[in-house]
Design a protein around this ligand. Structure first.
Ligand SMILES: CC(C)(COP(=O)([O-])OP(=O)([O-])OC[C@H]1O[C@@H](n2cnc3c(N)ncnc32)[C@H](O)[C@@H]1OP(=O)([O-])[O-])[C@@H](O)C(=O)NCCC(=O)NCCSC(=O)C[C@@](C)(O)CC(=O)[O-]
Ligand SMILES: NC(=O)C1=CN([C@@H]2O[C@H](COP(=O)(O)OP(=O)(O)OC[C@H]3O[C@@H](n4cnc5c(N)ncnc54)[C@H](O)[C@@H]3O)[C@@H](O)[C@H]2O)C=CC1
Length: 438
C-alpha cells in the first residue's frame, strides 16, 4: 500500500480523513470516530478552527486553566493558562496567593524594539557599499511609506536601518539590520513586509549606482526576515519582602529558606544542566499564558533561550538576592508579544483570555507573562528546596494516573482520600487500584 500522496491539500476534509484511515489504520471505525468526536458541533466555529491552519482534520484540545489572585503593579488579575501539564496552574496560583499577602508583583517594560534583517551577498569594495547605503537609506525608508503610515500614526514604525559587514564571519556576507517599534502587534508581518520592500529597493537601486562595477551592481539578496532574538524588547518582573515575612505554613524557618532558595537560583546561574530545567519551569508559566493569549510560543521560546545564553553560556533567567534582611527575586526576559494581529481577534478563547486580562496592551501583556514565569519559578524552586517537587506534582498528577486506569468516580474519590496521606507514584497508584478492585 502506497503511503505517500500527491494533491493531499486539494482533497476535502472527509477525503483526507478517508485516505489516512485507509492508509495508516487497521481499526478504521475507531480512528474515524475519535477524529470526529473532537469536531465542534457548532459548524461555524469548527470551520473557523479548520481554517487556522492547513490540512486540518480535527481539533487538538489543551485545557485552559485559571491562576487567580495575581496582584501586578496594584492591579488584580486572574491569568489564563493553556497547558497540558498537571501542577503548573496550581503552582502559579499558589505563588500568586503567597505574594498577594506580601505586596504582589512589580513589573516594568524596559524596552520594546524589534529587529529584522535583509541578508545579502556583495562581492566588492565595502567602502563603495557603505557609500551606496548612505545614498540609498532615505529611499529605503520612503519606499515603505505606504506600509508604515498606519503604524507611524500609532506611534511606531521603522526606528533605524544599519548596514552591517559580516564578511569576516562569512565571505561577502552583509546585512541591512533594521529596528522597529510595532506597538501592540508582535510585528512579524509588518516587519517582514518592510524588509521585503527594503530588499526590493536595495536591489533595484544597486543596478543604478554609478560607482559600482558590474559585479557589485548585482549584489544578491539571500533573504529578508525578522529576528526572533529580541534582546531590546525586555520586561522585568520582581517580588520582594523582608526575609522574616516569608514565614508561612510551608516555610517555618524563613532565613534558612531564603538562603537555600538563593543557592538554588545561583546554581542555575552557573550550571547549564540545572539552568535548562530551571528555565523550563519558568517556561511552564510563560508558554501557558502565551498560548492562551494566541501568541507565537515558538518565537517566544527561541528568543528567550537565546537570551539565556547571550553571555556565552546558558544561564538562569531569574535572579535572587538576600541583602539586609530583604529577599528579592526577579526575572528579566525578552518577549515580543501582540494583543492585536495573529489570532488575537479571531480565536474566541483568545478573545476571552484578553478580555479576562482587561484588554491589555502589548506592554501590559509582557508584564503579565513575565510575572507568570516568575511565579511559576518561585513555586517550583520553593517546592524543590523544601518538600521536593514530587509531593505536589504527583498530588496533581494523580488524576491522570487514575484516568489511565479508567477509575470510576467512586474509585477516584476513595483513592484521592487514600493518597492524601500516602506517597503518590505510578506503581503505588496501580497497586492501590488493584487492591480496591479485588
Ligand atoms: C502543587 C502545589 C501547588 C500543591 O501545593 P499544596 O500546598 O499541596 O496546596 P494546597 O492544597 O495547600 O493549596 C494552596 C494553594 O495552591 C493552589 N492549588 C493547590 N492545589 C490546587 C489545585 N488542585 N487546583 C488549583 N490550585 C491549586 C491554590 O492556589 C491553593 O489555594 P486555594 O485555591 O485553596 O485558595 C505545590 O506543591 C507546588 O507549587 N508545587 C510545584 C509544582 C510545579 O512546579 N509544577 C511544575 C511541573 S514540574 C516541572 O516541570 C518543572 C520543574 C520543577 O522541573 C522546574 C524546576 O526544576 O525548576
Ligand atoms: N519568525 C516569526 O516569528 C514569524 C511569525 N509569524 C506570525 O506572524 C503573526 C504576528 O504578526 P503581526 O505582524 O503581529 O500580526 P498581523 O499582521 O496579523 O497584525 C498586525 C497588524 O495589526 C495592525 N494594528 C492594529 N492596531 C494596532 C496596534 N495598536 N498596534 C500595532 N499594530 C496594530 C497593524 O496593521 C499591524 O501590522 C503571528 O501569527 C506569528 O506566528 C509570521 C512570520 C514569521
Amino acid at each position: 500500500m502506497q503511503k505517500t500522496i500527491s494533491g493531499f491539500s486539494k482533497l476535502s476534509k472527509s477525503q483526507k480523513i478517508e485516505w489516512l484511515l485507509d492508509t495508516y489504520f487497521t481499526e478504521k471505525d475507531n480512528a474515524k470516530a475519535l477524529v470526529e468526536c473532537y469536531w465542534n458541533t457548532n459548524e461555524k466555529l469548527q470551520k473557523l478552527h479548520d481554517e487556522f491552519i492547513e490540512n486540518t482534520i480535527t481539533n487538538y484540545y489543551l485545557p485552559l486553566g485559571i491562576a487567580p489572585n495575581f496582584l501586578i503593579n496594584e492591579t488584580f488579575y486572574a491569568i489564563p493558562m493553556a497547558i497540558e501539564e498537571s501542577s503548573v496552574v496550581a503552582a502559579a496560583s499558589k505563588a500568586a496567593k503567597f505574594w498577594l499577602e506580601r505586596g504582589g508583583f512589580k513589573a516594568q517594560v524596559i524596552s520594546t524594539e524589534k529587529i529584522g534583517q535583509v541578508h545579502f551577498i556583495y562581492n566588492g569594495d565595502s567602502k563603495k557599499l557603505e557609500a551606496f547605503f548612505a545614498h540609498i537609506k532615505p529611499k529605503l525608508i520612503s519606499d515603505t511609506a505606504a506600509i508604515t503610515k498606519s503604524m507611524e500614526r500609532r506611534g511606531g514604525g521603522i526606528l533605524d536601518i544599519e548596514l552591517r559587514n559580516k564578511a569576516e564571519d562569512l565571505p561577502n556576507y552583509y546585512q541591512l539590520h533594521a529596528t522597529f517599534e510595532t506597538m501592540d502587534a508582535m510585528g512579524a508581518n509588518f516587519i517582514n513586509t518592510c524588509l521585503e520592500q527594503f530588499a526590493s529597493t536595495f536591489k533595484s537601486e544597486a543596478l543604478l549606482f554609478d560607482a559600482f562595477n558590474e559585479q557589485e551592481k548585482h549584489l544578491s539578496i539571500v533573504m529578508s526576515i525578522l529576528s526572533n532574538y529580541v534582546p531590546e524588547c525586555v520586561v522585568r518582573a520582581e517580588v520582594s519582602c523582608k526575609v522574616e515575612d516569608l514565614k508561612s505554613k510551608d516555610i517555618p524557618n524563613p532565613e534558612e529558606f531564603a538562603l537555600k532558595f538563593k543557592q538554588a537560583v545561583d546554581i542555575a546561574k552557573i550550571e547549564p544542566y540545572r539552568a535548562v530545567t530551571h528555565n523550563k519551569g519558568i517556561m511552564n508559566g510563560i508558554d501557558a499564558v502565551v498560548l492562551a493569549t494566541g501568541n507565537d510560543f515558538r518565537a517566544v521560546e527561541a528568543g528567550v533561550h537565546a537570551y539565556a545564553a547571550k553571555d556565552g553560556s546558558y544561564t538562569s533567567l531569574t535572579h535572587c538576592s538576600v541583602n539586609d534582611g530583604i529577599f528579592k527575586f526577579w526575572i528579566e526576559i525578552p518577549l515580543a508579544l501582540g494583543t492585536v494581529g495573529g489570532l488575537t481577534s479571531i480565536h474566541p478563547l483568545v478573545k476571552f483570555a484578553l478580555e479576562l486580562l482587561q484588554k491589555p496592551t502589548a506592554k501590559d501583556l509582557m508584564k503579565i507573562v513575565a510575572v507568570a514565569g516568575l511565579a511559576q519559578n518561585f513555586g517550583a524552586v520553593k517546592s524543590l528546596t523544601t518538600t521536593g517537587i514530587q509531593e505536589g506534582h504527583m498530588k496533581m498528577h494523580l488524576m491522570n494516573i487514575l484516568n489511565q486506569f479508567e477509575a470510576t468516580d467512586l474509585e477516584k474519590s476513595q483513592l484521592i482520600e487514600h493518597f492524601k496521606t500516602n506517597v503518590v507514584s505510578h506503581s503505588l497508584v496501580e497497586e492501590a487500584i488493584k487492591n480496591l478492585r479485588k
